[in-house]
Design a protein around this ligand. Structure first.
Ligand SMILES: [Cu+2]
Length: 313
């Protein structure tokens, strides 16, 4: 009864689909292969059951001795070859649409030209424009870094666990890991992609306009004791909502940077106020013994360090 329940059936015959064209094509491919398999199953088992019943042993019957049937043997060899050929042609016809990103829709999110990353053109849609998000797996969460127009990842908008994306827009992903092997998988948005340390894999998806919503998935590679809690989530919003979300994240980031700046300035001011104490201590030859004064800033002498290293050798 559990296996017959609707949700259990959702991805039983073929992977889930409906969130991105590549997932839909994977689903189509599975359906075609499955249908061919069902036809072969019915034919083979039908012939087997028919032969078992029709030619079963009867008292007094003598089995006919025969050898080979050239027409039949040529037939099933050619038939098998034709089946493999059909499956191969269908697969290779659908593969490019699964692998290669599609252009954004005209009503998709307008991607700023500065957001374009230097990427192999084969990993970008034909028009060369995508919203490229860095997906980093780490025990036990996914971290998403959005582009901001420069080459480094400093001060970029970051999301953890939930990726927010605009609909109707080509999203390309650089999938990496900072510790062990993970696998990125949101079934409705396409196939699994390994997230490996020291290597970057690529995938893409495009949630159709009007299909806004939350698409869930799960780390698909056993990555440690908390692997089961390493969920993945993509929230697809309208392009306008995405513009607002990105602006809000950016504003929060700047507010946090300003807060940190103000905190550092305050700390520096307090340190400077405390300086006279330690200067007195130094003057009387008691440096390092005055209890409440902060230690004077230490400077690293690169030559001394090099000498130390040399003497250790
Ligand atoms: Cu994982």
């Amino acid at each position: 009864m559990l296996t017959l329940a609707g949700p259990a059936q959702a991805a039983f015959w073929a992977p889930e689909s409906g969130g991105s064209p590549n997932a839909d094509r994977i689903h189509t491919l599975y359906t075609v292969v499955f249908a061919v398999g069902v036809v072969i199953f019915v034919l083979v088992f039908g012939a087997l059951v028919y032969a078992l019943v029709k030619f079963r042993a009867r008292p007094g019957a003598v089995a006919e001795q025969l050898h080979g049937n050239t027409r039949l043997e040529i037939g099933w060899t050619a038939g098998a070859a034709a089946i493999v050929l059909v499956l191969g042609v269908v697969t290779f016809a659908l593969l490019p649409g699964i692998r290669n990103p599609e252009n954004s829709d005209p009503a998709g999110w307008p991607i700023p030209a500065s957001f374009q990353t230097a990427k192999d053109p084969g990993l970008l849609p034909p028009d060369g424009k995508s919203l490229n998000i860095d997906v980093n797996g780490q025990q036990y969460a996914w971290r998403f870094v959005y582009p901001d127009g420069d080459d480094d990842r400093t001060n970029n908008v970051v999301a953890v666990e939930e990726m927010v994306v605009p609909t109707g827009t080509a999203i390309t992903l650089d999938v990496r890991s900072s510790d062990v092997g993970h696998a990125w998988w949101i079934p409705k948005l396409g196939g699994k992609v390994d997230a490996l340390p020291g290597y970057t894999n690529h995938t893409w998806f495009k949630v159709p306009l009007g299909k806004e919503g939350v698409y869930t998935g799960q780390c698909a590679e056993l990555c440690g004791r908390n692997h089961a809690n390493m969920t993945a989530r993509v929230r697809a919003v309208t392009p306008d909502e995405f513009t607002a979300w990105l602006a809000q994240q950016k504003a929060d980031l700047e507010a946090a940077a300003q807060g940190a700046e103000a905190y550092r300035a305050e700390q520096q001011r307090q340190d400077q106020e405390a300086v006279p104490d330690s200067a007195d201590g130094a003057a009387t030859g008691e440096a390092g013994t005055s209890g409440d004064a902060p230690a004077p800033p230490t400077t690293t002498n690169p030559e001394a360090t090099a000498d130390d290293a040399a003497s250790q050798r």
